[in-house]
Write a protein that binds this ligand. Structure first.
Ligand code: PLP
Length: 377
């Protein structure tokens, strides 16, 4: 096998347990499995979660819902992103639950539902400061009423989304608290219009870690469950909960496909950005940027082979990269090399070294990379 992503499902379950312990037994968890479960394999993540008693998932595209249904997942699927009008029949056929932000789309959903004699459950999404999807807070009661009066729709829940909930910067903490206040006011105005807001949900991973008052009836943590802690509650003095720990779920592993001697003064790979200072051994590894290893990590990262660290040298290519084994080496051809996770530093560290976030690293692991599901170590 050239390159594989090992998915440690037991780590996912441990992260899930940590979230459950944190939020208490009276709240639901919706597990975001959009972008193929942040690159980990949506169907396997969903099946594992179902066995652990979580029964609701978040997706971003109608196609993702169709894939999960084909994979045998019958659980509720919340469609976080705004679909096209043309996708409404597929939403109905696959029983997806859209988040709605505007009157025009509510009308279109209702028309199609009535035509097909079905009832579509929806969540009303309110923009409390993310500045993306969601209605204005002052529009919320009227839209809630429109949903409630629509014979083809069922008002199932009310949601918002945070912009800086993973930050412990005091200004960002204050902004998230402002979003929570605006959300609570909108919920009150919906109730004042005589409508039950249903399952109230807001918290992403950052808010699960840092903002207990945002947990409401259901939380939607993604990145934490996949093993990356993007917020640090220990930076808040007197924080009333124990520090959460996340275990990275993905390891990217490839193979030493060739070991070759490179003489002092010879260069390695495209662009000739690296030249051997001494005679050395170079291992060619079977992973490149087309597998999702960021090209920007060239000369900035390492691979772990048999428990030892070796620096990446030269440019990362589309299908290969190279590490310097040194003049004397016990590495053998066909040994396995970890590029992140497992015994190597995790995708969060790799992300930091190239100026991005772990989400982009794990989502970027290409479908050419085989997913191997495991329950150890
Ligand atoms: C992706 C997403 C989440 C999860 O965010 P994380 O930062 O991964 O916890 C929650 N809610 C919505 C609407 C999302 O799109």
């Amino acid at each position: 096998m050239r390159t594989k992503a090992i998915i440690y499902l037991n780590h996912f379950l441990e992260n899930l347990l940590a979230v459950k312990a944190r939020i208490g037994i009276n709240r639901h968890i919706c597990i975001p499995v959009k972008a193929d479960g942040y690159g980990h394999g949506a169907i396997e993540i969903a099946k594992t979660s179902l066995k652990a008693g979580v029964f609701c998932f978040g997706i971003a595209a109608v196609e993702e819902g169709i894939e999960l249904r084909k994979g045998g997942i019958k659980a509720p699927l919340l469609l976080f992103s705004q679909p096209h009008f043309k996708e409404i029949p597929a939403i109905i056929y696959n029983g997806l639950i859209p988040y709605v932000s505007d009157s025009e789309f509510i009308t279109a959903l209702n028309d199609q539902a009535k035509l097909r004699k079905s009832k579509i459950p929806v969540h009303l999404k309110i923009d409390t400061g993310m500045g993306r999807l969601g209605c204005l807070t002052e529009e919320a009661p009227a839209l809630a009423q429109q949903i409630n009066k629509s014979a083809g729709l069922k008002y199932m829940g009310t949601a918002t989304h945070f912009a800086v909930s993973d930050s412990t910067d005091p200004a960002d903490i204050a902004y998230t608290k402002l979003q929570i206040v605006r959300f609570k006011e909108a919920l009150e105005s919906i109730k004042s219009a005589g409508i039950e807001p249903g399952i109230v949900n807001a918290a992403n991973s950052g808010a699960v870690i840092l903002h207990p008052e945002s947990w409401f009836d259901m939380v939607r943590p993604g990145i934490f469950l996949y093993g990356y802690k993007t917020a640090d509650e220990s930076k808040i003095p007197g924080f009333p909960f124990e520090r959460l720990k996340a275990k990275p779920v993905m390891e990217l592993r490839c193979t030493v496909v060739l070991i070759k001697k490179v003489k002092k003064g010879e260069s390695v790979s495209y662009g000739r950005i690296w030249t051997a200072e001494e005679d050395t051994n170079i291992a060619i590894l079977s992973a490149g940027y087309a597998d999702g290893l960021p090209r920007l990590a060239s000369s900035k990262w390492q691979a772990v082979i048999n428990g030892k660290n070796y620096p990446l040298v030269g440019r990362i290519c589309m299908d290969q990269c190279c590490v310097d084994l040194g003049a004397e080496t016990d590495v053998l051809r066909w040994d396995e090399a970890s590029l992140f996770g497992g015994s190597a530093p995790d995708a969060g560290a790799l992300a930091a070294s190239v100026g991005t976030i772990p989400y982009e690293i794990t989502c970027g692991i290409n479908k050419r990379v085989e997913r191997v599901n495991m329950y150890t170590p």
